[in-house]
Design a protein around this ligand. Structure first.
Ligand SMILES: CC1=C(CCC(=O)O)c2cc3nc(cc4[nH]c(cc5[nH]c(cc1n2)c(C)c5CCC(=O)O)c(CCC(=O)O)c4C)C(CCC(=O)O)=C3C
Ligand SMILES: [Fe+2]
Length: 421
């Protein structure tokens, strides 16, 4: 049974473990959030992000200042240009002939245009890598919906197949840069305290991630009819807690350093009466200072690169909170274009391709390796279901193109490994 057979691709072939049969993808789609690149972009960008999401105007006004203070420019697009180039270089170095196409949810290059360009260039099977590592509506289903809607809008559904790599929160390529960074950050804060004459003062490591509404947190990573139990009732929370624990274990193993740690949240928006995940990082810092903590290491565990929510909410606000309280503090780097991260993403791509299939599926927590194909109802959208790709119950983006591009492989002769899941 070839995974390229129209009969089998009409519904995603997926095993119990949520794995999809390898395919001969012809391009990688790097999908990201997008950000403004000048003052004139700021308001249109924020409108794109919050369309239909019920974010109060005051919050938008406040967030616009974060961008304005940086010339109206979010660092995220440049980060993605660099990540795209690094991925292309690593793919080429491994002899994997897959171009990397880039599309954003909220700013140019927009996903629908990227998909149209991909199709016009002769691509038929895309494998999406997103710049989001965890499971929740904003970091998983919303990408799947935006691709589903773009395929519908452009009339490319049925002609362009789009799948996605698994959420990679516990893949060594994502976690190892944090292990290095946390060990270095802890050493740095310890050195500052030693210099201040208090070498044994208590230090706390704060793993920071984006707050989300608790309702979204509870729906994250779930499956209808097959409920998995997660710590704190949320796969989003559980994935962060397990990844943080894995980071701490390795930091201690490799550096001999240790400290207390906790998971904290940042960048809350939405109406005040709607519950979101807590504690806020700034409240946590104040409380710790009140209890005698003298040093803070901030680990931006929820984020892939140094975008606005990292450079503003952590580097400007949280580090300022620390400074005001007289705490020694540092913020650990995001994976960005760290060699291990880039290599890890190429490994994640290789897990899914016929020609470069690697059967090894590393995961540093007991929760993973996460699913290639989301289970039904996973990361529910409470505002009404939309066409989604890469779900066990979705029929959008599953391919069976009646007009294959010239030169694109329709039979492969390399289906040998396809059945070995
Ligand atoms: C879980 C999560 C991630 C992490 C996963 C991932 O990285 O994808 C993330 C990343 C990002 N969020 C970003 C920007 C914004 N997020 C907003 C609003 C929201 N984010 C949410 C969640 C997340 N967001 C949620 C539940 C909302 C409420 C509105 C809604 O329910 O959809 C708003 C509106 C204003 C505000 O409320 O702050 C903005 C401007 C940028 C770009 C930064 C740049 O420009 O450099 C990035 C990478
Ligand atoms: Fe966000």
């Amino acid at each position: 049974m070839s995974p390229l057979d129209p009969q089998t691709t009409a519904v995603n072939p997926v095993t119990e473990a949520g794995r999809m049969a390898p395919k001969n993808y012809d391009a990688v789609l790097l999908a990201s959030f997008g950000g403004p690149e000048g003052q004139d972009d700021v308001i249109p960008f924020l409108r794109n992000v919050t369309r239909g999401r019920g974010i109060p105007d005051e919050r938008l006004e406040e967030v616009s200042h974060h961008y304005r203070a940086n010339g109206g420019i979010s660092p995220i697009n440049q980060q993605n240009r660099e990540l795209k180039a690094a991925l292309e270089a690593e793919l080429a170095a491994r002899g994997i002939e897959l171009p990397v196409l880039w599309g954003n949810r909220n700013w140019a290059p927009y996903i629908p245009e990227t998909l149209q360009d991909a199709y016009d260039a002769g691509h038929r099977r895309l494998l999406m890598v997103t710049t989001s590592a965890y499971s929740c509506y904003s970091s998983c289903r919303q990408y799947r919906e935006d691709i589903g809607m773009a395929l519908t809008e452009t009339g490319l559904d049925g002609r362009l197949e789009v799948d996605k790599v698994r959420q990679y929160f516990d893949h060594p390529g994502f976690v190892e840069p944090f292990i290095e960074g946390t060990a270095a950050g802890l050493a740095e804060v310890r050195a500052k305290l030693t210099e201040a004459g208090t070498p044994d003062a208590p230090v706390q490591i704060l793993f920071a991630t984006h707050s989300i509404p608790t309702r979204d947190a509870e729906a994250a990573g779930r499956s209808e009819g097959e409920p998995r139990e997660f710590e704190d009732g949320s796969a989003y929370v559980a994935q962060h807690l397990a990844t943080a624990a894995a980071v701490m274990e390795r930091v201690t193993e490799e550096s001999g350093l240790t400290a207390d740690w906790s998971l904290v949240y940042q960048s809350r928006s939405g109406a005040p009466h709607v519950p979101w995940l807590e504690p806020d990082i700034n409240d946590a810092i104040e409380e710790l200072a009140g209890k005698g903590t003298k040093g803070i290491v901030i680990v931006p565990l929820g984020f892939v690169s140094d975008h606005m929510e990292v450079v503003w909410d952590l580097d400007t606000e949280a580090l300022e909170t620390c400074a005001n309280l007289g705490l020694a503090a540092t913020r650990v780097p995001t994976p960005g274009t760290h060699r291990k991260f880039v290599n890890g993403l190429v490994d994640l791509i290789s897990e899914r391709t016929l020609a470069n299939n690697i059967s090894d599926r590393p995961a540093l927590t007991g929760l993973g390796p996460w699913y290639d194909v989301c289970r039904p109802g996973c990361c529910a959208n409470f505002r009404g279901e939309k066409p989604t790709i890469a779900g066990a119950d979705t029929t959008v983006g599953t391919g069976h193109d009646p007009y294959p591009a010239a030169g694109s492989a329709t039979s492969s002769g390399q289906s040998g490994e396809a059945a070995q899941l």
